[in-house]
Design a protein around this ligand. Structure first.
Ligand SMILES: Cc1cc2nc3c(=O)[nH]c(=O)nc-3n(C[C@H](O)[C@H](O)[C@H](O)COP(=O)(O)O)c2cc1C
Length: 192
């Protein structure tokens, strides 16, 4: 089950315009906060935004699918309905907050997928502007945001051939995501 979900998961950039119930958002953040954390310091906080005008504003400060710009940006009526912003609490001195937030994101996006909710992790965003919108305290630092919504597309993965890892859309508008073949990235017992 879990393995199937992991294989099925793709980044989603088209969403239904249907709100995510608050208790589901809570469930997703619960999955995130229970992730492994170096020294169990837990420096990462999660700001869940589902208020329509705030979501719209944040959307305006996010960049989507650089390889296929502007094709990958959600069009009108396909925008995310929620964002969860990952912020590090700088009062908690952890050198590993980036690993922590990555693991928390992994938990969150898989828990979301189980609910039929698609996600896109977004590093390319205007952190200063987003910080203003959410009234972020100075001692917190935005890591990335995760855009969320019920999925309205079904991207597929394929084996990367000839080394090309650039995702692309086919004639039917389906997003293809090349992944490096297992035999290219797996080494049993070291390199020859
Ligand atoms: C750390 C990180 C940052 C990312 N930043 C962005 C981004 O700014 N905009 C975007 O559209 N996708 C972003 N993505 C999504 C990647 O483009 C996506 O994971 C990749 O193309 C592989 O597709 P897949 O998630 O379907 O396997 C990011 C993913 C990660 C892990």
């Amino acid at each position: 089950m879990m393995y199937d979900l992991i294989l099925k998961r793709r980044t989603i950039r088209k969403f239904l315009q249907e709100k995510i119930p608050k208790d589901i958002l809570k469930k997703l953040v619960n999955a995130a906060r229970l992730a492994p954390s170096a020294a169990n310091l837990q420096p990462v906080e999660f700001i869940a935004v589902d208020q329509t005008d705030m979501v719209k504003k944040i959307f305006g400060f996010t960049e989507w699918a650089g390889y296929i710009e502007p094709e990958g940006r959600p069009k009108k009526g396909e925008e995310p309905v929620s964002f969860i912003i990952f912020a590090a609490n700088k009062n908690i001195a952890s050198r590993h907050y980036k690993v922590d937030s990555g693991l928390a994101a992994g938990n969150l996006i898989l828990a979301a997928l189980e609910e039929g909710i698609g996600s896109c992790i977004i590093e390319s965003c205007d952190r200063a502007q987003i910080a203003k919108i959410i009234n972020l305290p100075r001692d917190r630092e935005i890591e990335f945001v995760i855009a969320l919504g019920f999925s309205a597309e079904q991207p597929v993965f394929e084996e990367a051939r000839r080394g090309s890892i650039k995702y692309y859309k086919d004639d039917r508008g389906i997003l293809h995501v090349p992944k490096r073949p297992l035999e290219e990235v797996l080494r049993f017992n070291g390199y020859p």
